[in-house]
Design a protein around this ligand. Sequence first.
Ligand code: NAD
Length: 435
Amino acid sequence: MKFNDPHRKAIYSEPAPIKRSHENPFEAMVERFDIAARILELDEGFYEYLVTPARVHITAIPVVMDSGKIKMFEGYRVIHSDILGPSKGGIRYAPDVNLDEVKALASWMTWKCAIVDVPFGGAKGGVICNPREMSGRELERLTRRYAANLADVFGPDKDIPAPDMNTNEQIMAWILDTYSMSVKRTEPAVVTGKPISLGGSQGRREATGRGVMTVTLAAMERLNMQVAGSTVAVQGFGNVGSVAADLLTQQGCKVVAVSDVSGGYYNENGLDIQAMIAYSAENGNSLEGYPDAQPITNDELLALEVDVLAPCAKEDQITSQNAHTVKAKIISEGANGPTSPGGDRILAEKGTLVIPDILANAGGVTVSYFEWVQDRQGYFWTKDRVERRLDRMMRKAFDDVYDRAQQHDVTMRIGAYVLAIKKVADALKLRGIYA
Ligand code: NAD
């Protein structure tokens, strides 16, 4: 869809229409972008520039499977923007990854980095594959060939990958090694989220969940809510959800429900999050069969009467279909894209404070930035230093977004987009258009 389309004009000049855009994550991003662009009275040319990914790479990845047969995979790397600096973003392995999803995630990275004031642009990668059905050797060959195909795209001054869904520090180590072989020197700063022994940062694993905790506490403060004893439900018990649940418990909140793919777990007196983390680790990253809780469905978890709901699993969990059932006062979006534009409108009418994903889960990219800085300095920080700096940056980002939302009388999500788009547009104006 082009800016000059009559349909686009309608979005741009009137309240956003109710449509099923959540089925296409890029359209969902553009819908929010449009509202923010209208508030900023963004020049049409700038609008087109900032909504369009700078580069889209599609690469065929041949892999010799353990059976000896060759299987072809498709991989993507989308650079949405490098206006503020080298592009930054994770790589996702999943059977249903598609280009629109990767484009949406890449642009979210641009806005996220701008919000936390990190000098990076936005990118994202994806490979269509089912890692659960692949052996470790097959995953290594897939990763190395994907990295080799994109060796000219990646680089510490160009584009810096990180883990995302179904990728981890081992996969980052293989990318580091493959890239280093290609440039004939060891280059730790080409990826973040790597093992500490290869130049990873203290505190990176917990960074996203920690950021969710920081912004949640900041929101409670703004709403004059008491932290001690406040009730929390967390959807998703992986890297982000389990850490957020654990840290919020340490702050005195009562986490009454969590869920993972196996279902939801509820205890009105508060769950023992440490015990659940240990149980999940021993049980193949699953809470299936966890004894000290009442089983509930995912829908029931989202509709619980709690103070805070933290969706930390996947996209499109709160939509026009179920947003009216949500009773939480604060939604803290650990996941990327958990609320659709239709869901947003219902929550805004109800007066729910939604801390948007591009702010709430920006702790991950913030510590990735710290990791990149440490790699380039060759000097590594203590965990305490990482955490203090992360808390400071997340707190400031929360205040900036909250104030911006108040200033324009819009939701925090639109406030976040306004803040981010303005920063990138101002930088673009200074740089000008190369011709
Ligand atoms: P993860 O794979 O470690 O955990 C995902 C969790 O969600 C698992 O517990 C899984 O069982 C659960 N889950 C999946 N489908 C579910 C469903 N339908 N209902 C309930 N639970 C379900 O992933 P992660 O790294 O924790 O990432 C979670 C989300 O946070 C993703 O949207 C990701 O893009 C986003 N995110 C992650 C980071 C990071 O640093 N890891 C940073 C920013 C954003």
